[in-house]
Design a protein around this ligand. Structure first.
Ligand SMILES: [Mg+2]
Length: 191
């Protein structure tokens, strides 16, 4: 089995660690020239903002809802990413960084000694305790399905942050629920 650990709204979550009091507030992070929104929290999405919006076009929304806007700070995000990777490596032997906020874990063999959902719940809790960054985790027989699992885990609170796709029924359900072009390894991103 593989696992994908995906940090929720990563750039915004890092800013929230260093600017307390923003929990539950709309937050967005801009591109390096302060031109467009590159990351935003669900609260900011609920205000009508989107990734890619030029900030000058949405100034009214930002003012009206008191959206907190940050310039990008890649060194800080990279440092936090390394911290999270080091927590993953303490627990799982094979860790592959896929992007600044996503890592794949190879869980083959771990099922002999661990309940995989419990194992990953523990890792999720440790990351939150040690860094204050929330993550969503998928577990599945392939990396693509693990990625889908992480999307489910983020979307549906009932999973408590960890979703395992381990039956044919769950696999079919997950394939039906997402636009496949949004999922890693499938669709437009493959060419
Ligand atoms: Mg993410």
């Amino acid at each position: 089995m593989y696992s994908l650990v995906d940090c929720n709204s990563f750039f915004c979550s890092v800013e929230k660690v260093f600017h307390p009091g923003l929990e539950g507030k709309p937050v967005c992070v801009l591109s390096s020239n302060d031109g467009c929104i590159v990351a935003l929290t669900p609260e900011a999405k609920a205000c009508g903002l989107h990734r890619g919006d030029p900030i000058f076009k949405v100034e009214d929304i930002v003012k009206h809802y008191g959206v907190q806007v940050f310039s990008t700070n890649m060194q800080l995000y990279a440092a936090m990413s390394r911290r999270i990777t080091s927590i993953l490596r303490r627990s799982i032997h094979h860790v592959e960084n896929y992007s600044i906020d996503e890592s794949f874990l190879d869980l083959n063999g771990y099922e002999k000694n661990f309940d995989l959902v419990e194992l990953m719940q523990g890792i999720k809790d440790r990351i939150k305790l040690w860094t204050d960054i929330p993550v969503s985790i998928g577990i599945a027989p392939s990396k693509t399905l693990a990625k889908m699992g992480s999307k489910f885990a983020k979307q549906y609170k009932g999973y408590k942050g960890v979703c395992m796709i381990d039956t044919e029924e769950k696999r079919r359900k997950s394939l039906g629920l997402f636009d496949l072009s949004d999922v890693w390894g499938i669709g437009r991103r493959t060419f």
